[in-house]
Design a protein around this ligand. Sequence first.
Ligand code: OGA
Ligand code: NI
Length: 364
Amino acid sequence: MEVKLESKSCMEKDEGLGWGKSLPVPRVQEMVKIDPHTVPHRYIRDHADRPVFDQRPISSEVPVIDFSLLAKRDQYEQKKLDSACKEWGFFQIINHGVGEELLQKMKGAGTGFFDLEMEDKQKYSMAENDLQGYGHAFVFSEDQKLDWADLMFLMTYPPQYRNLKYWPLAVPGFKETVEEYTKEICRVSEEILGNLSLLMGMEEEGLKELHQVVKLGMRMNYYPPCPKPDLVLGVSPHSDSGTITMLLQDDHITALQIHHQGHWLPVKPLPCALVVNVGDTLEVWSNGRYKSVQHRAVTNESRARISIATFVIPHDEAEIGPVEPILRDAPATYRTIKCVDYLRHFLGRKLDGKALDFLKLQAD
Ligand code: OGA
Ligand code: NI
């Protein structure tokens, strides 16, 4: 008997616990191609959830951090990182050393995929119960409002977690570019985690060790133009489940909004910067010192937008719960569970704000 040794990711195996079971919904890109003027009712948000444009001037207020200084353990920059993670949950990094050409190539790889003919894209469609591949996530009911976007999710690191059947090798250079970009993102994320570990009172390797294995998952989002951007959302409000997320986005379209001080604040892209945000796992490890902040994306009438989010994810068996040095100053406000159990919870619900209440301990 032939034994097949496939490199299956553990994200791929459904244990019958209800994750990765998104209902099939139309490809928005295709829908817009067929009828560019109509917004079907499933995409039209309730009034309170609709984006309000020009509510505040577009600002670049989100902190900007010089990565090259973090790499030198510059204390002033570390302080900025600390307060950005506490007060914003978001920041942009510049001087990260990922070449401009590679950033463009990476966005080109994403465009190359979404520009394929539909029948070619479908070859990479998510299988039932799988999170990797082309499609949609977090759709659980017929009356749930849908995001004006399509996505492609791939595990990119470590290499044994890759499932190449979902990689669009038909796009010239796709694999090489994703590999090259992933290598760089690994370097950048390790440096950020090293600095955060020190700020949290651990050794530099502290957060890395807590991950057991630092995994990277990449979500390429494709937001087609929308005839009524004021009625829809590109991606529903959510926080990310992992440790940190690094987002590569179009330099010319402002679409990402973060929930800050009660308002939805647009994040104006800084050319060649990466947007970094705190995910739920880091919020828990830091016992709430760092905040995983809700964010969403809006659409526009004239141009499609691509964004590429890389999520840093611990090993399934890693424990997420407040770390010891932080507990010297304050009691735990979250309970400790295995990463896989949090993911199951996170992936088993529609994207709708933060999922972290699940881990919050009641204050006595
Ligand atoms: C995400 C995300 C925002 C954007 O993929 O988790 O928040 O601007 N994307 O595309
Ligand atoms: Ni996100």
